[in-house]
Design a protein around this ligand. Structure first.
Ligand SMILES: Cc1cc2nc3c(=O)[nH]c(=O)nc-3n(C[C@H](O)[C@H](O)[C@H](O)COP(=O)(O)OP(=O)(O)OC[C@H]3O[C@@H](n4cnc5c(N)ncnc54)[C@H](O)[C@@H]3O)c2cc1C
Length: 319
């Protein structure tokens, strides 16, 4: 039977060490602190990729050694299982940003969008400020085409990050590094070329417009106030944002709300009192609690409205 046993974290680290450096590898590292839900068991091996090259090397090495791998941004759109992840989790902290002429900005994919907004707005460059208050890396933002419904009546529409993406530097499934332009990224609602397994974003270039900084600050203020009034505050109520995909013309949150589920709780996980499509960790919630709550909301809404709620967040690792 012993030949069927999974390799231990130490054995996985032994394989990775020559390429990634032994001192860079953390064994059995809890993932909860690296997610906005603050939930999740350990990664066998956790590695911080501090540059696009380091990210590419980590993915290529894991592939070559046939070790399961996962690229982690800010962990704002995932639920990590209580038993954690078997293999290598690559925490993307590659954050180099370059400013070029004519509003062109290149950011490594681990750049935190909030930092990029601050840096671009400070230079009078507009296009990213709409996404203020949304936790994301550049890679995570490209992965799901970060979007936000602009609340100001004069500008009411969904704004997508794809609108300002010029191109993305990818490590593709074959291990090749190539630059893919916006059209080639196949951006849609909650989707991009990154959803094809094995594609990793190393960096993205944005084309921004010069604009009046007062106008940009007004947009940011409006968006932050809108969020503050409707969403639970992440510092006190860890969450992964919206749990279920939107249902066109109906609203997943509205259906859950109409079932009277706001405030409903299983273990440490609760459907937020503020927003029915957001589940919060009241402290000590497990992934199992969240999964049970998801199932409960799905069943209740299906029974009452005959509508299927489809999770928007990614399920990562073993539950
Ligand atoms: C309070 C709150 C509010 C939110 N509001 C919004 C909102 O208004 N609009 C919105 O669109 N989203 C929202 N979200 C969801 C979340 O912010 C986005 O999905 C964000 O883009 C996730 O980025 P991340 O870096 O945390 O990705 P992660 O959660 O770390 O990863 C998500 C997925 O992207 C993949 N990924 C990450 N980086 C890369 C890369 N470099 N290459 C390939 N794949 C990669 C991961 O492997 C994973 O599959 C909200 C979340 C929270 C917690």
């Amino acid at each position: 039977m012993s030949e069927n046993r999974l390799p231990t974290p130490a054995a996985i680290a032994d394989q990775l060490a020559p390429a990634l450096g032994r001192e860079q590898l953390r064994l059995s590292a809890p993932l909860a602190p690296y997610t906005t839900f603050r939930i999740g068991g350990p990664a066998d091996v956790l590695y911080d990729a501090i540059s696009a090259d380091a990210l590419a090397t980590a993915v290529a090495t894991a592939r070559q050694l046939n070790i399961a791998w996962f690229v982690l941004g800010l962990g704002a759109n995932i639920l990590v299982g209580d038993r954690g992840f078997r293999g290598l989790v690559i925490r993307n902290v590659s954050r180099r940003v370059e400013f070029h002429d004519h509003g062109l900005v290149r950011a490594e994919s681990g750049t935190v969008v909030a930092d990029l907004i601050a840096a671009t707005v400070a230079r009078g460059l507009s296009g990213l400020e709409h996404f203020v208050g949304i936790p994301s890396t550049v890679g995570g933002a490209v992965w799901q085409n970060l979007h936000f419904l602009s609340p100001a009546p004069a500008r009411e529409r969904t704004v997508y990050i794809a609108e300002v993406v010029r191109d993305v530097e990818l490590l593709d499934q074959s291990g090749a590094r190539r630059v893919v332009d916006r059209a080639g990224m196949h951006f849609g609602y909650d989707v991009s070329l990154l959803h094809e397994p094995g594609n990793v974003a190393l960096a993205a270039s944005f084309l921004l417009q010069e604009a009046d900084s007062t106008a940009m600050h007004r947009v940011m203020q409006e968006n932050l106030s809108w969020r503050g009034a409707r969403h639970p505050w992440l510092d006190y109520h860890p969450s992964a944002g919206s749990i279920f995909k939107k249902i066109e013309g109906v609203g997943a949150g509205r259906l859950i709300d109409e079932c009277g589920l706001k405030g409903f709780r299983i273990g440490g996980a609760q459907i937020s009192h503020m927003h029915a499509n957001i589940m919060v960790n009241l402290g000590g919630a497990t992934a199992a609690d969240v999964r049970s709550l998801i199932l409960h909301a799905q069943r209740t809404v299906a029974d009452r409205f005959n509508q299927h709620l489809e999770p928007e967040i990614g399920m990562v690792g073993e539950f």
